[in-house]
Ligand binder design. Sequence first.
Ligand code: ADP
Length: 301
Amino acid sequence: NVVVLGSINADIILKLARLPKPGETMKLQGFETAGGGKGANQAIAAARSSSEVHFVGRVGADAYGKMMCELLQKDGINIEHIKTDANNPTGQAYILLQDSGENSILVNSGANVFIQEEDVKDARYLIEKADVIVAQFEVPINRIIEAFKMARAAGVSTILNPAPATKVPDKLLELTDLITPNEVEAEMLTDIHVDNPISQRNAARMLQAKGVKNVILTLGSEGAYYLTENNQEQAVPAFKVKAIDTTGAGDTFIGCLAAKLNPNFDNISQAVHYANKASSLTVQKIGAIPSIPTEKEVTRR
Ligand code: ADP
């Protein structure tokens, strides 16, 4: 089973002809609310690929929080360790979607950044009996360090999705069994511009030198590359599909990996191939959560 320590957002999608000018009042062309947050997306991806998933996080005492808990439960995710924060709202992402197709996004992190040390301590028994714990950077880094320490001490594998891109303290990298940066995040972590096989290997090696055991780089329409602890490496090309909306591709990849990797990572090749197939399905549909496939859809040919 998988524990996700992560973010929960309501995505508020505002459809506009164009961005308003300073001082201008404009009418919206459309308005939609959808579930989001990297943690929630990854948890749903893992659950749809048949994992038992437990979520550790925070929402506000508001309608969005209720909506998100219901959404997670609908996919069978255990929400016992999602706390309701009395003082902060559920995380919100305002997605300004213009006619041109361009996106501008405003995020109010809300309750996600108020996850407390006590929340992680309360989930200790869950973390210690998990196969793997997954975290991303929309929650406080110190909480991830605390949770990964517990996991490491109990022999539970740790997966760090270092998104959104930010610098990472070495002490977190040393607690990470598998890191999964995209190209932008890999460059942020290594100062290596990742755009060919040599730079992929060099970036992965540098991450290993900083203490990470295994590295998987996600490369968008190029697929993925991995380098393991015992120096196995492989470039896995992406499926040739017509991408309509890549929102949620990375999250599908990580959630599916977490669901399919054996605790000792001895099936990394199969797990990467599965995640690559799953995320190629996500990019062919609009939105994040609605486009995350089930295991049945991934394995159907
Ligand atoms: P992120 O969304 O985090 O930036 P990527 O863009 O690297 O992550 O995408 C994650 C994975 O989704 C890729 O490794 C690949 O398997 C799949 N993917 C992304 N874009 C495409 C695409 N255009 N065609 C097929 N697969 C894709």
